[in-house]
Design a protein around this ligand. Structure first.
Ligand SMILES: Cc1ncc(C[n+]2csc(CCOP(=O)(O)OP(=O)(O)O)c2C)c(N)n1
Ligand SMILES: [Mg+2]
Length: 791
């Protein structure tokens, strides 16, 4: 590893930066422990100590040290810089720093920079009605909560894509570095364009420990660690030690060198002088866990060990010795030198800090972006497929969407604010048209056989769903737009990440000072019903269930039944803000049901009666409902059979695009009022519902509805394999024949009258079973079926 030389700080500067660091440490400890006596004007007593001691000290002094020195870089160079805190449990540190720089009190005026404000600052931390323990959305300057470890580096890269002047300093916990998502995201440097993107400065916080264990990276020796980081394509600089004065000089010298290096890389790339992939600098910051905290507690070593992780003096309220030690610890920062009589930070402690938007707590990138801009969206209607008759032509919906996305890409190229991410599936998902206007980002070596790779591409493909998700989140959190296209089954890999993002959105909605950010849009294609060639491993529609657990005001789920409805839904989603939108759509040739005007109207309604497919004359015997492209086809095929074999049966067809319409309006902003729901679905007729995913979800969403007891849902019931497309439906009992059987079984009085039809349906299922085993393909009556307009 490289070690920077020199001692760039004058004695005065060293004192100043050290005082700032001590102030940040003092304020961090105060937040963890105190609810009174913030300036230690009187001897500390039990009443000053919070009853529940919550927080994480161990990582905090390191975070504060880095924040202090990054302030110096911003002040000296005017560098546009944001700070990503991988160990987000170091929340008190970020709150302390933003309070010192003033950005905290601007957002929360009651937490003023005086004694009363400091008292509130301390009390509110991890306290009922106060602020959470992590670098939560409530923390100014944060785009990364860091509670769930692993996503810091991907977020940092996402933030700097298309922000050429921005540097994201990203602190990575050495424990965090053991996670899969973090391990994969080192490779982001193969996708970062030094011309059009900014830079990330990864800082591995090698404090040696996690909660109760050493970290892997701290115990492999410097040789292996250097090889690992170099192998990831970085140039590691070691900042190692525990003597504050030495460490101030060393980190200052190192930061000078790495920021020079970043500037040089960018200059070389932007002038066209160098086109090779640069070896970006990074820092290995090896300092004791719990640095400057209690060295020994109850006879056991704490500083520099895993014992420093949370609250080192856990009995400060009840144990005299702990209380005395806490007071001694806080006094060791010499608060009298740091804060004046009013409790404000002394001028010399903070007068060298960056000001205004240059402060990391006020960087506009961290709050909706420096220059947020809505997307210019070409009129989706002009991309429509022609539909003269419902069901008479076919299209590959995602391929049609690809044409529109290509032009979205082109229209917004001047603003550098739109990216498509995915794990190696853009072409497979038939969105390849976008590659007519942009390339796939790639800074690695290029072979002759490669196609569409480009150093400046805005399609981002890496075979890590975690990294895709992290990049996109970072990009959105800094005010730009994007779409994540993914195989439906494998998007589950990011279940937990979408949880965290949805939580972020829920909390930010309540924070008036937080600006809106563009929605997180998923296009899930290659879905459960059309993964028959790949088989069971590729079949899983459960992401919808997962997302629907999140707060209603945040999540939206769309199941467009054909190409034109997909266009309309995608247009809607790319215009929206602050949501998680999930679109599930097929890529295989499928019937076109609606012309573009009908499609737009249907999507605006969210669900509706398809009159042209119904013969109920306003009074149905049965409602045939569907949500999803394959279920829609199957319902219509079942309706065709019903109309042929049971022509007197009055059938109403209802299609659902916006799944959230099914919930009552008391539960979801898109929910249909009961009166409307009752009118469409009836309260007393059987509803046979073919649904794209697991049937239980439809029951969950509709259980309060009056007609719920009449609702019979077919969907995926975990029967999957490599088989024919229609067999997938048969093995899950959602095929047209079974749907007809369901109708016969559910409509009162029909069972006896339609016994022969029922038997025929059972026989057709048997015939199907034998036929596919003999021929390897579906029955011609299934393969060649089309909707008959004349019925
Ligand atoms: C994904 C995930 N798994 C487990 C945890 C529980 N956890 C919280 S902090 C921590 C240790 C973190 O160690 P490190 O990244 O080294 O941070 P630091 O030493 O700086 O506190 C763990 C395991 C978590 N927050 N996230
Ligand atoms: Mg650690």
């Amino acid at each position: 590893m490289y070690v920077a030389e020199g001692a760039p700080l004058t004695p005065g500067e060293l004192d100043q930066i050290d005082a700032y660091w001590r102030a940040a440490n003092y304020l961090s400890v105060g937040q963890i422990y105190l609810m009174g006596n913030p300036l230690l004007r009187e001897p500390l007593t039990a009443e000053h100590v919070k009853p529940r001691l919550l927080g994480h000290w161990g990582t905090t002094p390191g975070l504060n040290f880095l924040y202090a020195h990054l302030n110096r870089i911003i002040a000296a160079r005017g560098q546009d810089l944001l700070y990503v805190t991988g160990p987000g449990h170091g929340g008190p540190g970020l709150v302390a720093n933003t309070w010192l720089e003033g950005s905290y009190s601007e957002v929360y005026p009651s937490i003023s920079r005086d004694e009363a404000g400091m008292s509130r600052l301390f009390t509110q931390f991890s306290f009922p009605g106060g602020v959470p323990s992590h670098v939560s959305p409530e923390t100014p300057g944060s785009i990364h909560e860091g509670g769930e470890l692993g996503y810091s580096l991907a977020h940092a890269y996402g933030a700097v894509f298309d922000n050429p002047d921005l540097v994201a300093a990203c602190v990575i916990g050495d424990g965090e570095a053991e996670t899969g998502p973090l391990a994969a995201s080192w490779h982001s440097n193969k996708f970062l364009d030094p011309v059009g993107d900014g830079a990330v400065l990864p800082i591995l916080h090698l404090n040696g420990y996690k909660i109760a264990n050493p970290t892997v990276l701290a115990r492999i020796g410097d040789h292996e660690l250097t090889a690992l980081l170099t192998g990831y394509g970085y140039r590691p600089y070691l900042v190692d030690g525990s003597d504050p004065a030495t460490m101030h000089q060393l980190l200052a010298a190192t930061l000078d060198e790495v920021f020079d290096r970043i500037a040089e890389i960018q200059r070389d790339a932007r002038s066209g002088a160098v086109t090779d992939r640069p070896q970006w600098p990074m820092i290995v910051f090896r300092t004791p866990k719990g640095w400057t905290g209690p060295k020994v507690v109850d006879g056991l070593p704490v500083e520099g060990t895993w014992r420093a992780h949370q609250v080192p003096l856990s009995a400060a309220r009840d144990d005299e010795a702990h209380l005395a030690q806490l007071q001694e610890w806080m006094r060791s920062y010499r608060p009298g030198e740091l804060f004046d009589e009013t409790g404000a930070p002394r001028a010399e402690v903070v007068d060298w800090l960056p000001t205004g938007e240059a402060r990391m707590g006020a960087n506009p990138h961290t709050n909706g972006g420096r220059s947020p801009r809505a997307l210019d969206l070409p009129d989706f209607r002009t991309y429509a497929v022609k539909v003269a008759e419902p069901g008479h032509s076919t299209a590959e919906p995602t391929r049609v969407l690809g044409g529109w996305l290509r032009d979205v890409m082109t229209a917004n190229e001047p603003y550098h604010n739109f990216r498509l991410v995915g794990p190696d599936e853009t072409e497979s998902n038939r969105l390849g048209a976008v590659l007519e206007t942009t390339g796939k980002a790639w800074q690695g070596e290029v072979a002759e056989v490669d196609l569409n790779l480009s150093r400046h591409g805005r399609v981002m493909e890496i075979l890590s769903e975690h990294t895709c998700q992290g990049w996109l989140e970072g990009y959105l959190l800094t005010g730009r737009h994007g779409l994540f296209s993914c195989y439906e089954a494998f998007v589950h890999i990011v279940d937990s990440m979408v949880n965290q993002h949805a939580k972020w959105l829920k909390v930010t909605r309540k924070l008036a000072w937080r600006k809106s950010i563009p929605s997180l849009n998923y296009l899930l294609t290659s879905h459960v019903w059309r993964q028959d060639h790949n088989g069971f491993s590729h079949q899983d529609p459960g992401f919808i269930d997962h997302v629907v657990n999140k707060k209603a005001e945040v999540v939206r789920v769309y199941l467009p039944p054909d190409a034109n409805t997909l266009l309309s839904v995608a247009d809607h989603c790319l215009r929206s803000m602050d949501y998680v939108n999930v679109i599930v759509a097929g890529k295989q040739p499928e019937p076109n049901w609606l012309d573009i005007d009908a499609a737009a109207l249907h999507c605006a309604r969210g669900l509706g009666i398809w009159d042209w497919a119904s013969n109920d004359a306003g009074d149905p015997d049965v409602v045939m409902a569907c949500a999803g492209d394959v279920p829609t086809l199957e319902i219509l095929a079942a309706v065709d059979l019903l109309r042929t074999h049971l022509p007197d049966l009055r059938v109403r067809v209802v299609n659902v695009v916006d799944l959230m319409r099914l919930q009552p309006d008391t539960e979801h902003p898109h929910g249909l009022p009961d009166a409307e729901f009752d009118a469409i679905f009836t309260t007393d007729r059987p509803v046979i519902f073919a649904y794209h995913g697991y049937p239980t979800l439809i029951h969950r969403l509709t259980y309060r509805r009056h007609g719920h007891h009449n609702l019979h849902v077919r969907g995926y019931k975990e029967e999957g394999t490599t088989t024919t497309p229609f067999d997938m439906l048969v093995i899950n009992d959602m095929d047209r024949f079974h749907l007809v059987i369901d109708v016969i079984d559910r409509v009162p009085g029909l069972a006896r009258k339609a016994a022969v039809v029922r038997q025929k349906m059972v026989d057709l299922r048997t015939e199907h079973h034998e036929y596919i085993r003999r021929t390897g393909e579906d029955l011609p009556i299934v393969r060649d079926w089309t909707w008959r307009a004349e019925q």
